[in-house]
Each structure stands twice: as C-alpha cells, then as structure tokens.
Design a protein. Structure first.
Length: 186
C-alpha cells in the first residue's frame, strides 16, 4: 500500500491504517528504536507508541509523501526520551557522545532568535546533506540519525572503522564550515 493511501486511512480514522503502517514500516521502526536503546522489547514498545502518536498526529499533519521520515522521527524521539528516563549508563553514554560530536558543528541554542530560526537551520543541514554523495550521506545519517555503531556503519558500507571515523570527522568539519558560510555562529 502506498504512503498516501495509508495516510488517507488515518485521516478517515480507519484502524486499518495501523495495520498497514505496521506491515510496511514496523521492522524499520523497530530497528531505529533498537539502535538507540539496544533492547528488542523496548524497541517494540517504542514502535507501538509510535503508532499511537501517529494516530494522534494525523490529522492535523498529512505526511502523504514522507510517511516513513515522519514515523521515524516520532520513533527516534520516543526512544531517546525513554533512554533519558531510564538513565541506562551504556546507551546514555552513546547518546551523550553523539550529542557532543554534533554540538561542535551546530549553533548553540538558548537565544530566542535562534529558537525561531530552528527551521532555517534544519533546512541548512538538509541542504548540506544534499551536497554529499550517497555514501557520505548514508554514513552520516546512519551514525547521527539512526545511532548505528561505527562497526555497523563500516560493515554496511564496506569500510574500516577508522575509515568511517575519519569520514565522520571530515563531514562534521564540512558541516561546520557550511553553516558558518550560511551565517550561523558555530
């Protein structure tokens, strides 16, 4: 079933939307949550929470052409919130480590003017990602969006761990330079 058809079921408040979503994206949503939490049962609970939040979010949102990114974002936020609440030392450390890596590239928050500019920043990051080749973009997203471990990213792209680390370092430097050029204070 196509995404637009699934969204139409949500808009009609038809419970078949949940089944169709689970069939099409359930495994991928569990992988997103598992990459953050490292626990299959918790990942399944996040998947189910995602369906509930999607049910409550559609409408007003109508993600006809971007259903998986919409659901993936929900899942990711649920898993990160769950990780923070649980204070699981191992995974909390990984989330903290990844956050620190990206903090060096992104503008600091707190200023109300910058808070209003958040969408523009997201657009700038998306524009930066569009400048990358497919492998670079994939490595960047697998690490910072899906929280995949370096070893998994290396295996997926046929690279060494040190090659992935080097690529990520260079991509963060390029992102920092790109954002500075766009007028952001990094």
């Amino acid at each position: 079933m196509e995404d637009a058809e699934i969204v139409a079921l949500y808009l009609e408040r038809n419970e078949a939307a949940l089944t169709a979503t689970a069939e099409k994206y359930g495994a991928a949503l569990r992988r997103v949550a598992y990459g953050i939490l490292g626990d299959a049962q918790a990942a399944e609970e996040c998947e189910n929470d995602t369906y509930l939040q999607a049910w409550n979010s559609i409408p007003p949102h109508e993600p006809r052409s971007y259903l998986f990114p919409f659901l993936g974002r929900i899942t990711r936020h649920i898993a990160i919130d769950r990780c923070r609440r649980a204070n699981a030392a191992k995974r909390q450390g990984a989330v903290t480590e990844l956050t620190k890596e990206m903090e060096a590239c992104l503008p600091a928050g707190g200023d109300p003017a910058e808070a209003l500019d958040e969408k523009a920043l997201a657009g700038a990051v998306n524009a930066f990602l569009a400048t990358l080749n497919e492998t670079q973009r994939g490595v960047f997203l697998r690490r910072y969006w899906f929280f995949d471990p370096i070893g998994d990213v290396a295996a997926r792209y046929g690279m060494t761990k040190s090659g992935v680390k080097t690529m990520l370092f260079r991509l963060r430097e390029r992102l920092r330079a790109y954002l500075r050029k766009e007028g952001y204070t990094v």
